[in-house]
Design a protein around this ligand. Sequence first.
Ligand code: FUB
Length: 324
Amino acid sequence: MKKEERYLFPADYMADPSVHVFNGRLYIYPSHDRESGIPENDNGDHFDMNDYHVLSTDDVMHGEIVDHGVALKVADIPWAGRQLWDCDIACKDGKYYLYFPLKDRNDIFRMGVAISDKPEGPFIPQPDPIRGSYSIDAAVFRDDDGSYYMYFGGIWGGQLQRYRDNKAIESPCLPADNEPALPSRVVKLSDNMLEFAEEPRPVIVLGEDGKPLFAGDPHRFFEASWMHKYKGKYYFSYSTGDTHLLCYAVGDNPYGPFTYQGVILTPVVGWTTHHSIAEYKGKWYLFHHDCVPSGGKTWLRSLKVVELEYDEEGKIQTIKGSAD
Ligand code: FUB
């Protein structure tokens, strides 16, 4: 039997939903897709988004989804070049920090921060990107001890292949298929939430043989990091990009290593697959997107939600995507 699912916001094209619960209400921080006319390419130039809206609800499967309007736009970010991609948020001491990847004027992705007193914004951007930041897809996780960690990175258009050991390299390249895959990164945030508190570290995903997944493995990391905790374990989930899966791996602490567990979502209609996982009112949900409503236009994506279930051992039950 097909699981109940919902297109969350049919009025507009949005993608990459990062979801958090603040003050008992569920908030969605998506990318805001638009028709820019830029032709599709492997660099992702056609994902030419220039603002964010924040959505919220108190009933995930059936309630009204409120659009709080423009929360941040490229035109207001002092260091902006182009392309606002997948963002995420954290709340600390009553302030809300929105983390966003954006290309600077040299066409290099950096991570910015913008601040608000309210979860729906508007957010005021800091004058400069976070020092030492690079690549895309910020996901911020608050651990139970009050520490905040940012997971980030994405290959191909996300530019992760330009870096080794957090330094730009002269000739960007991907590892060969029989070499360890390029990992996502994790970094603790500073007390003021505006900087990295340390050097980013690699997020290692180990296979059954206890070795890091190879670059040629269809389950290796590509982009869209997410972290959630379930029954004391750390669940690192991600998109495999060109093999179009959402996968996950489990570890004992926020830095990993994480051991590969399986597929969360099989391929959806569209090219990208990107998600978040959140608990609300006692149920777990997978938020993601596909391109069914736009008739398969990969740059015009629509937000979706479906309930996520675990078995008794904490394994996530695989959900069928719209292309499966
Ligand atoms: O939305 C632009 C990019 O597409 C995201 O940053 C990636 O994760 C992919 O979903």
